[in-house]
Write a protein that binds this ligand. Structure first.
Ligand SMILES: Nc1ncnc2c1ncn2[C@@H]1O[C@H](COP(=O)(O)OP(=O)(O)O)[C@@H](O)[C@H]1O
Ligand SMILES: [Mg+2]
Length: 260
């Protein structure tokens, strides 16, 4: 596997690992139905870096994210958030860690229709009985650009605005890392750009760490780094991606797939 760096890349070389997989494997089923979704994957996600995960359908993108976020068990190997080994945690501790250290953004925004934007943003902390840090919350709301919309319910917001509420909700508790599985998959390109710009800002200005699955080269170009998966393995790692360089790489994979 090679690592390439595009000219003008925003390269994050310092910073500890926010999350790390080591020889991580995930096998579903057994016998004839056995699927090796992840095959000894090792990868580090640095603090303050925005990483996109790409690869063909079925290559293991969602599985990697679910295992790293403690949403799915691993078959072998290690998955760590900061210094914490997820595979060693019992259910209760894992739930706690997910709540305190990890933010999620889902493709379907998963907002509660009866709550307004602000109530949706603070809901996870309200459930956990934690007081949000006011200054941080103000900063998140300002960065998300929804200051005038906080009393609106989801049905009174555009798709892009709803997803920005979901992103703000993920940011509000200051998690160590945010995972998104195609967070802009349900948005038109303008709303998608809005959300991606915001995610990038949260990394650049708030020091957030973000890992996002996408199949869209334009979306990937907002990231600092793209890792490519194929058949459960990391086959490429690109720093400072542009839409063109990502598209080029995807074409290469397709060409290789046809000849092998
Ligand atoms: N719960 C599951 N049970 C059985 N097989 C699964 C399950 N989840 C995913 N897989 C299989 O694991 C492989 C990787 O899936 P996934 O991580 O969802 O891929 P991607 O997100 O890249 O499309 C696929 O072959 C898929 O069919
Ligand atoms: Mg998937």
């Amino acid at each position: 596997m090679t690592t390439t760096t595009q000219p003008g890349a925003h390269v994050v070389t310092s910073g500890a690992a926010a999350a790390r997989a080591t020889d991580l494997s995930k096998v579903y089923g057994q016998g004839e139905t056995k699927v090796i979704a992840l095959d000894r994957v090792s990868v580090e996600f640095r603090q303050g870096q925005f990483t996109a995960i790409m690869g063909p359908s079925g290559s293991g993108k969602s599985t990697l994210m679910h295992c790293m976020a403690g949403l799915d068990s691993v078959s072998s190997g290690s998955a760590r958030i900061g210094d914490t080994e997820l595979t060693a945690l019992k259910d209760k501790k894992l739930t706690q860690l997910r709540r305190d250290k990890i933010g999620f953004i889902f493709q379907a925004f998963n907002l509660l229709p009866t709550l307004n934007a602000m109530e949706n943003i603070t809901l996870p902390m309200d459930i956990a009985g934690r007081k949000p840090d006011r200054a941080w919350l103000d900063k998140v709301v300002e960065t998300v650009g929804l200051s005038g919309r906080l009393k609106h319910r989801p049905s009174e917001l555009s798709g892009g605005q709803q997803q920005r509420v979901a992103v703000a909700r993920a940011l509000a508790s200051q998690p160590d890392i945010i995972f998104g599985d195609e967070p802009t998959g349900n948005l038109d390109s303008r709303s998608g750009a809005e959300v991606l710009g915001f995610l990038r800002n949260s990394v650049r200005e708030l020091g957030q760490t973000v890992v996002m699955v996408t199949h869209d080269p334009v979306a990937a170009s907002y990231a600092d780094r793209v890792i490519f998966l194929a058949d459960g393995r990391i086959v490429d790692d690109m720093l400072g991606p542009t839409a063109d360089s990502v598209l080029e790489r995807m074409k290469n994979f397709e060409a290789k797939g046809r000849t092998s």
